[in-house]
Ligand binder design. Structure first.
Ligand SMILES: [Zn+2]
Ligand SMILES: [Zn+2]
Ligand SMILES: [Zn+2]
Length: 142
């Protein structure tokens, strides 16, 4: 919990019981969750909490880079909390929703390409790889 309070303050986000509860819920998961699922778990702790409050807090936490947003091909929104603080990307399983880290980034090559070919400058990049994890890809072979 202390670590979370630290990251929240670092991102100029107020430490509130609701934000800490969301982080707590996501911390326990190795899969990405939808706002509705998080809301379901939040209702056990905050009886009167509404879905819009959960949406708003998730958005603020993801803008503060404390949690990450998953861009699912089904266009639904999901969130994930990664403990890995260094720059990396995610491999998400479309079947079981597991998230795994890819500790490789092609940014240097991309930045160079943009600079030399497009004569532009990269400010940031987003990369997420979608697929099937080891377990799920084995299942789909059968
Ligand atoms: Zn899977
Ligand atoms: Zn990660
Ligand atoms: Zn990167």
């Amino acid at each position: 919990m202390d670590n979370f309070s630290f990251s929240l303050r670092n991102m100029n986000l107020k430490v509130t019981p609701k934000r800490l509860a969301i982080l707590d819920i996501l911390m326990e998961e190795t899969v990405y969750l939808s706002p509705e699922e998080i809301w379901g778990k939040m209702k056990r702790r905050f009886r009167k909490i509404g879905l819009p409050t959960v949406y708003r807090n998730l958005e603020e936490l993801s803008e503060g880079n404390i949690i990450s947003k998953v861009n699912h091909p089904n266009r639904k929104l999901y969130y994930y909390l990664c403990k890995n603080q260094s720059h990396h990307h995610h491999f998400i399983c479309l079947s079981c929703r597991k998230v795994e880290d890819i500790n490789f980034c092609a940014a240097k090559k991309i930045n160079k390409e943009v600079k030399t070919k497009l004569k532009g400058k990269v400010i940031s990049h987003i990369l997420q790889v979608n697929g099937l994890c080891k377990t799920c890809s084995k299942k789909s072979d059968i």
